[in-house]
Ligand binder design. Structure first.
Ligand code: NAP
Length: 308
């Protein structure tokens, strides 16, 4: 079969760090073009300033990977789907839940595939953790996702704007893992969001969830962490402790620790290729739903201003 001709839209950090290498390493795809208003693109690949320009002037594409901030993703995805072009959505899949539902319905109508790509679900430890937890009794879960925003998101103004999610931009990765590996659904009981007085989005959050069997799940998100960074999920069960660390890359079970090479984006593109070849979509919004619920249910505290 011919490779899927794909354009990468939004040539920022994640496009360059992960999407371009993953596409280059996957024979299911060929990079047909890049699109970005200010970036210059990469040598030897056609570069356009906008998706409209690409679709009007070519080169022809079968799929787009939308690597922009979430606030502009709905319009771009709609433009692509109107032309029957398959869509890969970076996480989070949109700025609102309703717009993601609308995209899913449109993809179905036009017969295109749409993929809400939760990259952390493809971290090495996640699938074995899910299998190990499937028939365990969960006593309690602790999620600690503390990182230094100045290191990981320098100059990303959009992340602090409405729809940018603030500390939930990384925090939703933890929720994408937890919703995937825990055997029961869970929901928010209470929480606190801390928003700097000069920003629109939270810099920290403490959330208390519980699952449908009553097991408590706590979540501690903080962007003010200097020194060692934490991306850990610890799950106490009737058979001992399961710990995912380094964002899901390292799994520790009572039997020992496993650590494999990073294949997150290779896994995402393999999945996208399968969806396209089989005429299906995969658009799970459960992590975004929990973030939206945090905005609905948690208390808001104003904290000191944040300056880069
Ligand atoms: P970023 O570095 O700020 O890059 C975003 C890029 O989007 C910018 O370079 C901008 O291009 C482009 N853009 C904005 N509006 C556009 C439009 N209308 N059409 C085409 N391009 C447009 O952000 P990022 O860190 O790559 O994150 C992008 C998304 O990926 C976010 O949803 C984020 O949550 C997700 N993500 C990021 C990471 C990470 O480690 N950074 C990891 C996983 C997922 P110009 O520069 O040309 O204006």
């Amino acid at each position: 079969m011919d490779p899927v001709r794909i354009a990468v839209v939004g040539m920022g950090k994640i496009a360059r760090d992960q999407h371009l290498p993953a596409i280059a390493g996957d024979t299911n795809f060929s990079l047909a073009a890049t699109v970005s208003p200010h970036d210059q693109g990469v040598k030897g690949v056609p570069h356009l300033k906008s998706l409209d320009q690409l679709l009007a002037e070519g080169p022809a594409v079968d799929a787009v990977a939308l690597c922009t901030p979430p606030q502009v993703r709905y319009d771009l995805a709609t433009t692509a789907l109107k032309r029957g072009v398959h869509v890969f959505l970076e996480k989070p899949p949109g700025a609102t839940l309703a717009e993601v539902d609308a995209l899913e319905a449109r993809a179905k109508r036009v017969g295109a595939s749409i993929f809400a790509a939760w990259h952390s679900r493809f971290a090495a430890g996640v699938a074995p953790a899910r299998a190990w937890l499937a028939d365990r009794h969960i006593h309690k879960v602790e999620i600690v996702w503390r990182e230094d925003v100045r290191v990981w998101h320098p100059g990303q103004a959009w992340i602090w704007e409405p729809g940018g999610l603030g500390v939930f931009d990384p925090g939703i990765n933890a929720l994408s893992i937890a919703t995937h590996i825990l055997p029961r659904p869970f929901f928010l009981r209470s929480g606190v969001l801390e928003r700097p007085e000069n920003r629109s989005a939270p810099i920290a959050a403490r959330l208390e969830f519980c699952d449908t069997a009553g097991a408590p799940i706590s979540m501690d998100l903080d962007w003010r962490q200097t020194g060692p960074q934490s991306w850990d999920i610890t799950i106490e069960t009737d058979a001992g402790t399961c710990k995912l660390s380094r964002g899901g890359a390292v799994l520790t079970l009572p039997s020992g620790t496993e650590h494999s090479e990073d294949r997150e984006y290779a896994g995402l593109y393999a999945r996208f290729a399968t969806l396209i070849r089989t005429g299906r979509s995969d658009i799970d919004t459960s992590p975004l739903k929990l973030v939206a619920d945090a905005y609905l249910r948690a208390r808001r505290d104003i904290v000191e201003p944040f300056h880069e």
